[in-house]
Design a protein around this ligand. Structure first.
Ligand SMILES: Nc1ncnc2c1ncn2[C@@H]1O[C@H](COP(=O)(O)OP(=O)(O)OP(=O)(O)O)[C@@H](O)[C@H]1O
Length: 244
């Protein structure tokens, strides 16, 4: 078994009056695509933000490659991750500039930045949009820019929080195919939140079902879909039977 890349241990995140995430232990393994599903408000985004170190948990520990992430190391570790959300949050500049911004902030040379921007625009089939203002893009185009902007950072882990949920079906299918090819070619570990069982089934090898801030079942995607436990069945049961 491979050493986990990220381990969450005894994580507790609570608001004043209730727990929103409670995870005794959860591991993310290098090279895997992990799906996260659960009802609205279950804690999926909170789990993603905790693993991506966007929020440090009030209680509990995050380990990265076996080392405890501390206030001191958090920025350095976070730099190895990239996050793409449902809203692409592009800046009011061209597509090229949007994709370049992460490397600019890392003070890379103009030559390196241009080469990498060209490469990732090609991969995501948006080279023809290079000079276009990002705020004028369609939803599908904007999401391609968003993903190029994440992948140009060559992240060790790519976190995707419902990136395709607002896209029409053909656009979504094409983008899913493209991103699956990219993460497998680059061997990028991926955490993928989705409400869509077909997306999870297509994209992930392992999945976790989260409800009420707790992981109720985790295992290979095929196994969770074919043998959901009582919690998972209450959420995906009917639907997974239709698909399997
Ligand atoms: N900063 C916060 N302060 C207070 N409550 C919060 C905060 N962030 C999240 N919550 C609450 O924690 C719970 C989990 O939220 P989270 O966004 O993680 O759920 P989710 O599973 O991603 O939901 P959805 O599918 O609707 O996006 C929700 O009830 C939410 O209202």
């Amino acid at each position: 078994m491979k050493e986990p890349l990220i381990v969450l241990e005894n994580i507790n995140i609570r608001t004043r009056d209730r727990s929103i995430l409670s995870i005794p232990r959860f591991e993310l393994f290098p090279g895997e695509a992990l799906g996260v599903m659960g009802p609205n408000g279950a804690g999926k985004s909170t789990l993603l933000k905790t693993m991506a170190l966007l929020d440090l948990p009030g209680e509990g520990t995050v380990f990265y490659r076996g080392k405890k992430v501390t206030d001191h190391s958090v920025l350095d570790v976070r730099r190895r991750f990239a996050v793409a959300l449902q809203q692409s949050l592009l800046l009011d500049m061209t597509v090229h500039q949007n994709i370049a911004i992460g490397l600019k902030l890392r003070h890379r040379s103009r030559r390196e930045i241009n080469m990498k921007v060209e490469h990732w625009m090609e991969v995501f089939k948006i080279s023809h949009l290079a000079r276009k203002q990002a705020l004028h893009l369609s939803g599908g185009e904007a999401q391609r820019v968003n993903l190029a902007r994440a992948m140009i950072l060559e992240p060790e882990v790519l976190f995707l929080d419902e990136p395709f949920s607002a896209l029409d079906f053909p656009t979504k299918v094409q983008l899913l195919k493209d991103i699956k090819q990219v993460v497998s070619k680059t061997n990028t570990t991926t955490v993928f939140i989705s409400h869509d069982l077909t997306e999870i089934k297509y994209f992930t090898q392992r999945m976790a079902i989260i409800m009420g801030g707790e992981i109720k079942q985790a295992g290979s995607t095929a196994e969770v879909l074919s043998e959901p436990n009582a919690y998972a069945a209450s959420f995906i049961g009917e639907w997974s039977r239709l698909l399997t």
